[in-house]
Design a protein around this ligand. Structure first.
Ligand SMILES: [Cu+2]
Length: 627
């Protein structure tokens, strides 16, 4: 499988307006299945953009915008009529209205109300609606994404591939007073832009219903059968591994990327999947193994990687998390991407040859599946030879310093260069100033929880972390938190039952500290998080980083007494993590949501309504909205 770049779709540009039509309809297509070597027939809901590549329908078109743009996206819901959208009598937290939809611009700092990033809207079959995102001129440039977000059908539609990249490009240079866009630094010696790849990772977990109703064999799609996603019954713990499906990249399974040794590439990675944590690593692939990659069963991938993806992992540098440029590049060999995360990395393939792009193993408590995961192959890079790069870190530093000396304004040039030479600091490119202790005006507490049998299964959120947390499932008619515009809250996030990725709309947050169950801060640059019994690298270096989605790690359920305890699986006794983050409520008012980004948990109730109101002038918040 060869991967072409996604064609950017900004739609026709009129002044600072951009327009795009997205039709939502069932599409018949094919998805490559490495286990059988066949292209499985699938019948899935999909976004159909005016310029979508017909060969890769199950990833939405990339949208590119610049700060100051008005983006109009018209959703035309052409799915069949669905009585569970119009005459629903069931429970709000039972998945329903699979043909209803709406749109969320994940990570954008725009209004959450009216016809903007309003996920409380419902676009039923047969209805068209035009969203309007007014992207403010001071919006950070970075890697964002969009996806469907109707409570009750979110996981089903995103798992069908209804997600795409939303890239904000900026050309603002830093000055003595204001920070600039990292885009202005990433230039080659010849003045051209550094090479860039937009990578949308998706986990399309289609199944093939059997005529005899057998549920165990639904992952085995025979010739002539059609893969669908029409139920939540096949979501849940263990199903991803059982399905044998692969994480796709830009709609392609096991793609090949063509690169040149020594080029600095910006990988804009978006975890648009729901089912599986991605721990990204690059290793050299033995030449002799290259041919066998295309017929690789997911269950055999771990063995394949051990035998063929040899050598040390390739070091690379993360420069932005969730689209927001870091104060310092993070040198690593492994990045943990949870559902909803973005990661911008500068990657250099040090010599010619083939490289494995690997989703490496993660400890159980670090992953969506809540099980110690085997490794998966995501794709292969074919790098043409050039002058080898023996030391990536010093090479990257030299190239970025050279870029800064050519491109940065004279007033800030010395600072930017000194920063780069001091461990690749990027302090002239961060979008938000740090939130100091003195700025904090209030606090919020949040805990996630899943009620399990013998009690009825329920997906819940609490507003307090005390001994008697008030766990509640989502109620569309209840505002769970009243926040005040201009306020700055310190939030403490916990999970009382397995891990969940916390996501809040509108305003990003800054990570203050992440305490493991013993009270040790595991977010420092040299911290070691080994509370699960294995080293988990995902929190290291996150102190001070801005994000909009963050994994809230927790204890695991008690092990099955009839099975041996797997490695890396300390359980209830090991307690819970406390994540402390701060956020400013700036510019926008109205109602919006926070939720778990394992989207089937969200659909089943792990979500809250929050409202930002104007200050009432008396130290409180004035009521807003219809409640
Ligand atoms: Cu969850």
């Amino acid at each position: 499988m060869t991967l072409m770049a996604l064609p950017p779709v900004g739609g026709p540009r009129v002044g600072t307006e951009r327009q795009l039509d997205l039709n939502i309809a069932y599409i018949d297509g094919r998805i490559y299945n490495p286990a059988t070597g066949r292209n499985d027939k699938v019948h899935l809901r999909s976004y159909v953009g005016t310029e979508t590549n017909p060969n890769r329908p199950f990833v939405a078109p990339s949208i590119e915008v610049t700060p100051g743009d008005t983006v109009r996206i018209t959703l035309n819901n052409k799915l069949p009529t669905d009585p569970t959208c119009t005459n629903y009598t069931g429970h709000i937290n039972t998945p329903h209205c699979f043909n209803g939809t709406n749109l969320h611009s994940h990570g954008l700092w725009v209004s959450p109300t009216g016809n903007s990033d309003n996920v409380l809207l419902k676009i039923n079959p047969g209805v068209s609606f035009q969203y309007e995102y007014n992207i403010p001129p001071d919006h950070p440039a970075g890697t964002f994404w969009y996806h469907t977000h109707l409570h009750g059908s979110t996981a089903l539609q995103v798992s069908s591939g209804m997600a795409g990249a939303l890239i904000v490009r900026g050309n603002r240079l830093p000055s003595e007073k204001t920070n600039g866009d990292i885009d202005t630094l990433l230039k080659r010696r010849d003045g051209a832009e550094m090479r860039e790849r937009v990578l949308v990772f998706q986990q399309i977990q289609y199944y093939c219903p059997k005529p005899n109703g057998n549920k165990d064999s639904v992952w085995d799609c025979k010739e002539g059968e059609t893969g669908v996603i029409e139920s939540y019954d096949n979501f849940g713990p263990g199903t991803w591994a059982a399905s044998g499906r692969y994480t796709s990249i830009n709609g392609t399974i096991l793609p090949t990327f063509f690169a040149k040794a020594g080029d600095i590439e910006r990988w804009r990675m978006i975890h648009a999947g729901v089912r599986d944590t991605i721990s990204l690593e690059f290793r050299k692939l033995k030449e002799i193994a290259a041919a066998s990659v295309n017929n690789l069963k997911a269950a055999d991938a771990d063995r394949f990687i051990s035998e063929n993806c040899t050598g040390d992992p390739i070091p690379y540098n993360v420069i932005a998390d969730d689209g927001l440029t870091r104060a310092s590049a993070w040198p690593t060999t492994l990045t943990t991407l949870q559902p909803g995360y973005r990661s911008d990395a500068l990657v250099v393939f040090p010599e010619g040859g083939r490289y494995c792009v690997i989703d490496t193993s993660a400890p159980a408590s670090a992953s969506v599946t809540q099980a110690a995961e085997g490794r998966q192959l995501l794709g292969v890079v074919l790098a043409t030879p050039d002058t080898p790069v023996p030391n990536i870190q010093s090479y990257l530093t030299d190239e970025l310093v050279a870029a800064a000396e050519r491109t940065m304004p004279v007033q800030v040039r010395a600072k930017v260069v000194a920063d780069l030479k001091d461990g690749l600091k990027l302090t002239s490119f961060t979008p938000h100033p740090d939130i100091k202790d003195s700025e904090v005006t209030g606090k919020q507490e949040l805990a996630f929880f899943i009620q399990t049998p013998p009690r009825p299964l329920a997906f819940e959120v609490s507003n307090n972390l005390g001994p008697h947390p008030d766990f509640k499932s989502y109620d569309p008619n209840r505002i769970d938190r009243h926040l005040t515009l201009g306020g700055v809250d310190e939030w403490t996030l916990e999970s009382r039952f397995v891990g969940h990725p916390f996501h809040i709309h509108v305003n990003a947050f800054q990570i203050v500290k992440i305490l493991d169950p013993t009270g040790k801060d595991v977010s420092g640059s040299d911290a070691v998080d080994d509370s699960s019994g294995c080293v988990d690298p995902q929190y290291r270096g996150l102190k001070g980083v801005w994000k909009d989605t963050l994994w809230v790690k927790s204890q695991l359920p008690p092990p099955d007494p009839n099975k041996p305890t797997p490695p890396c699986q300390k359980t209830v006794e090991s307690g819970i993590y406390a994540l402390v983050v701060r956020t400013r409520y700036q510019r926008y008012i109205g109602e919006y949501v926070l939720h778990c980004h394992i989207l089937d948990h969200e659909d089943q109730g792990m979500m809250q309504n929050v409202s930002i109101g104007l200050p009432n002038g008396q130290g409180g918040s004035a009521a807003v909205g219809h409640h």
